[in-house]
Design a protein around this ligand. Structure first.
Ligand code: NAP
Length: 532
């Protein structure tokens, strides 16, 4: 497929008169063709207007039709095959198997949302039947369900060129919920974005949907992204990226004349708490697991473990083994020169901190392009508690081991943490039984608690929570992975004393969609609630 460098504005292509942007190959520094052109303010406005118009019809199509559309997007992405793999590897320096796995995750995710909306019960239909004979006042008939929000702006993530980009989790969940989507591409993978954008756009045509259901815009976040999230016709947003970028966009979304929800997934150091007996019993397994979790994908995962709390008096063997493993790790090409620089600065900041010791580092050949080495640091719990900067994210293959000397110190460290996507405990049975206080604190800090494992690798399913209190995300009640993600782009609408035939099908007496519903406080399966 020939790449054009132009934005996709519904069924039209953007003009070539905006600022020029080039994707680069981070492994070589080579600029990639074609030139991409920033969307003009008029084009952003047109995409928003067409999306708002499309909402009128797209919001009302059935779950079955939305499922057909989501599955069609998945098929069209699969049809891109080698072309997509080639372009994505050039733009990200990620290896072919990673891109193939991420493509499969993306299409599986689209199909998971298709299954959800096809089945239909996710809309949380509730029916409180009326009682005209109730005294002293008759009871009204009240019914409610989730309805879509409106047009959603999605910001692509640099570290997931597919699964959290054009047709990734935010887009899939917004479309599943009945919301048109306008994507702001990430400057690091423009060609990958265009290929996937064309696949989505083709699915809109093939499913005979309104043209504004999907648009893809190229251009800088501070111009195109800013205009998009402040556009009056945009009703919500999804983002994965830096804390500064996420906070800037959150602020824009909340300070509009009509504030809108903005779901940003930003910064997490995913602490691991290793208790003494677990460490004595499983030191080798913990060392190997930790090493692969820290270095997986060059540490460029939001679930990368950046802080590891270990008992001071039993730490020697683990640290020795980790140092050996780190020494054998080859340097990594980072996703973008900016991410590489930010990582090197983060490592340097820790090296300059007098309370921190660099204990293992992978040396990088100076002639390499965009390369960074894994780094292992250590400090003690008192230093960690006294220097808040030690809890900051260093995005890349680095981790800080914190040695604690007492349970009280460990608890104080847990209390001092900011919000996290994950928190992990390694404990034996007895230790876990005696860890109620630690678990209670971690439940307030993290969206996902992992036992005896490692936080990288996020399963996409019905129960997954990939969220957490600020700064992990902008809204700790939400998740950006798994089917619950669709709830973010909905709101509850209630119908009082509404004629049955005028209600949405989900709320009609005969339950024509045969979904699970709550009737007078009881959750009923289709066969029971059909008999209203
Ligand atoms: P980013 O700089 O936050 O960019 C993400 C998206 O937001 C891009 O589309 C960007 O536009 C836009 N954006 C950024 N700042 C903005 C602003 N002030 N106003 C409007 N739009 C804005 O993230 P990144 O490029 O992926 O990586 C930069 C750093 O973020 C990394 O070094 C790393 O530290 C961190 N990061 C963390 C995670 C995580 O999961 N914790 C993931 C990725 C990155 P442009 O296209 O113009 O840049």
């Amino acid at each position: 497929m020939k790449l054009s460098g132009k934005s996709i504005i519904a069924f039209r292509r953007g003009a070539c008169n905006g600022d020029a942007i080039r994707a680069i190959n981070p492994a070589t520094g080579e600029e990639l063709c074609p030139i991409y052109y920033s969307a003009s303010p008029e084009e952003v406005d047109e995409a928003a207007r067409l999306a708002s118009k499309a909402f009128e019809t797209y919001a009302r199509i059935s779950g079955k039709d939305k499922a057909i559309f989501l599955r069609k997007i998945a098929e069209n992405i699969e049809d891109l095959s080698d072309e997509l793999v080639e372009r994505a590897t050039q733009e990200t320096a990620l290896p072919v198997p990673r891109i193939k796995t991420e493509t499969a995750r993306t299409t599986n995710q689209l199909r998971l949302f298709a299954n959800l909306v096809e089945e239909g019960s996710w809309v949380d239909a509730r029916i409180d039947r009326g009682d005209p004979k109730r005294t002293p006042l008759p009871k009204p008939d009240v019914r409610s369900m989730l309805q879509p929000l409106g047009s959603v702006a999605v910001f692509c993530a640099s570290n997931f060129p597919l699964a959290f980009s054009v047709a990734g989790g935010d887009t899939a969940s917004a479309l599943a919920g009945g919301n048109p989507v306008i994507v702001k591409a990430h400057h690091a993978h423009l060609g990958t974005a265009e290929l996937v954008g064309l696949a989505v756009s083709r699915a809109v045509v093939e499913c005979d949907l309104s043209e504004g259901v999907f648009s893809l815009l190229f251009g800088p976040g501070r111009e195109v992204g800013r205009q998009l999230i402040t556009h009056p016709l945009i009703k919500g947003g999804g983002f994965t990226g830096s804390r500064s970028g996420g906070q800037a966009l959150m602020k824009l979304a909340s300070s509009r004349p009509e504030p809108v929800p903005f779901y940003a997934e930003m910064s997490s150091v995913n602490p691991i708490f290793i208790l003494p007996s677990a460490l004595s019993e499983r030191s080798e397994a913990i060392a190997k697991g930790l090493h692969s979790s820290v270095t997986l994908g060059a540490g460029q995962f939001c679930t990368n473990p950046g802080l590891v709390f270990i008992p001071h008096d039993r730490s020697e063997k683990l640290i020795e083994r980790l140092c050996e493993l780190m020494a054998t790790t080859a340097p990594f090409t980072m996703l973008t020169p900016g991410i590489c620089l930010a990582y090197q600065e983060g490592v340097e900041r820790l090296c300059q901190n007098p309370r921190v010791e660099l204990i293992a580092e992978q040396k990088v050949n100076e002639t390499g392009h965009g390369l960074a080495g894994a780094a292992l640091f250590q400090t003690d719990a008192i230093s960690f508690l006294e220097d808040q900067s030690l809890g900051a994210e260093v995005f890349g293959p680095a981790t800080l081991m914190i040695k604690y000397s007492s349970w009280e110190q460990l608890i104080d460290c847990a209390r001092s943490l900011e919000g996290q996507l994950t928190a992990t405990i390694h404990a034996d049975t007895e230790e876990l039984e005696n860890s109620h206080d630690l678990i209670a604190i971690l439940q307030t800090k993290a969206g996902r608690l992992v036992f005896k494992g490692f936080p990288t690798g996020v399963e996409v399913g019905y129960a997954m929570v990939h969220g957490g209190p600020f700064p992990a995300t902008s809204d700790g009640r939400s998740t950006s992975v798994g089917t619950r993600a669709a709830l973010r782009f909905t709101r509850s609408v209630c119908y009082q004393d509404w004629p049955d035939e005028a209600l949405p099908k989900e709320l009609q007496n005969a339950n024509p969609l045969h979904i699970w519903r709550m009737v007078d406080g009881e959750i009923m399966n289709a066969s029971v609630s059909d008999k209203l």
